[in-house]
Design a protein around this ligand. Structure first.
Ligand SMILES: [Zn+2]
Length: 227
């Protein structure tokens, strides 16, 4: 099974450092959500050079940033793209703050050429349940889904249950249930993890390594799907 890690809200901190160190120990690459309005350039460049994929996680991270008008959403997306570009990095993946979207977001994301992958965007299952037929014709991006709750992606994920709180028993159950999925996208918030939570994260990584899961970044998965 392929596993794509989505770590949100990068901030230079001890919590982030130990998270990255643990992954680096096993050569695992993660995707990392960068908020365009505030980040430490040196730390971000270091992560990028180490092979982790940075993704566009909005500009302000304000509530409803991606539930506004076309112009305002586009501004947020483009501002973060431009800031990272000035650091020599082209972001190719987008994941909205709080995984928010409205129908306008489809067009906004479509209109940003650099973006190839949309994490927890408007998915097939969402369209099916809402009787929308347009998805693949309409969204030009590769949408990676939350396999457990596509309609409320921000409430629970495979490890954090609820968000910010890794839960090992929940994780094991979900991994067993989702065993036949081609990929899993696992959302993480390392900044919120105390020692106990971090320990659960480590155990979950060990579990996936034992299961021979293959860790990919969103763009690695995109390239795999393109072939
Ligand atoms: Zn966030």
């Amino acid at each position: 099974m392929k596993v794509i890690l989505k770590a949100d809200d990068f901030r230079s901190s001890r919590n982030w450092e130990r998270f990255i160190n643990y992954l680096d120990k096993y050569g695992i690459k993660t995707s990392i959500g960068i908020i365009g309005g505030g980040y430490d350039v040196g730390s971000v460049l270091k992560l990028y050079k180490n092979g982790h994929e940075l993704f566009n996680h909005g500009f302000s991270h304000a509530k409803n940033e991606f539930k506004r008008s076309y112009d305002l959403q586009k501004k947020s997306l483009i501002h973060t793209q431009s800031k990272l570009r000035s650091n020599g990095i082209v972001l190719q993946t987008f994941g909205a703050p709080c995984n928010d979207f409205n129908e306008t977001t489809i067009k906004v994301v479509n209109d940003v050429e650099d973006i190839k992958v949309w994490l927890f965007g408007i998915s097939d299952i969402y369209c099916l349940l809402y009787n929308r037929e347009f998805k693949n014709k309409y969204s030009k991006k590769l949408v990676l889904e939350n396999k457990i709750v596509p309609l409320i992606p921000h409430s629970h994920n495979i490890l954090e249950h609820p968000t910010h709180n890794p839960d090992y028993d929940w994780f094991i159950k979900r991994m067993e249930e989702l065993n036949d999925e081609e990929y899993l996208l696992i959302q993480l918030h390392p900044l919120s993890w105390n020692d106990k939570r971090f320990d659960i994260f480590k155990r979950s990584i060990d579990y996936m390594l034992n299961k021979n899961c293959e860790f990919l970044t969103p763009m690695e998965y995109y390239k795999f799907k393109e072939v």
